[in-house]
Structures are given as structure tokens and as C-alpha cells.
Design a protein around this ligand. Sequence first.
Ligand SMILES: [Zn+2]
Length: 158
Amino acid sequence: MIRLSKQIVDKIEFHAEQTYPEECCGMLLGFSKNGLHHIEEAIIIDNRQDENRRRRFYISPEQYRQAEQLAGKMKMELLGFYHSHPDHPAAPSAFDTDHAMPWFTYIIVSVEKGKAAAMTAWLLNEERTQFRERIIMVGQAAPVPSDRIPASSSHAEL
Ligand SMILES: [Zn+2]
């Protein structure tokens, strides 16, 4: 499960809509406790993918290093990354699976015709072969409104 505030949801959705029809990406900072990721901050990252920004994102080793430094400065942990899927479902692509790392949370927001739609969160299994969906909790305890989560995946907690 992951927990984040409505403000962070809004920030990610706004970034995703701004960069449409290209993919946006960013990092998620916060705290990890008993396997629960508490996301306290979302930081915008420039999409460094040159070839095809509409379909994939790329975070350079330098950006990754800076992300870890910033997390340290803010006394938080780097918990994961978010990116958008312009006019595609909020599910990880084969590219996403190939480029992900275990432990990190990956948030994906679908953008349909320029408007943020479903938001999902994913965790890679230890074998690095597939993602499992994590439940997103917004605020203290209230779950994300069901219209933001595809019906088929709303109870897919580990
Ligand atoms: Zn993706």
C-alpha cells in the first residue's frame, strides 16, 4: 500500500496534463514504514528520453544521483517514481518492467485527450519479472475515489 496527500495527487496530475502528449516523470520522496510507503513529496524531473517522449521516459544516472541527494537533504527516502501514459491505460508497459527496480513504488497516471484519468501504483516483484499493483490511499485513511482506479484492479493489493 502507498499513502499520499490529495496535493501530491493534484501535482502529479497537473504535471501529466502539462506535458501531454509527451510523458512526464518525477520522483517520490517520503518515508517507508512496515512496507507502507508514505509519499510526502513529488519532484518533477525533466524527461531525458530523446527518441520517443510520447511513449517512454528516461531518468539519467546523473538525475538519479541528484534525486538521492535531494532526498537526503530533505531527510526523506527516495521511494519511487511517477510517470504518465498519454492516451494509454495506467498499467506498466514492457519497457517499464524492463527498466524498473525492486522495492521502488511506480505511480502511473493515464492522460486521456489531455485530461488526467486513472492513477495506479506498482511494485516490481523480487524476480524483476512483473509488477504487482499497490493500493493508493489518499490523505489519512480515505481511499482514492473509485472512479480513479480501474474496477478490475481496485482490490489488487499484495
Ligand atoms: Zn510507462
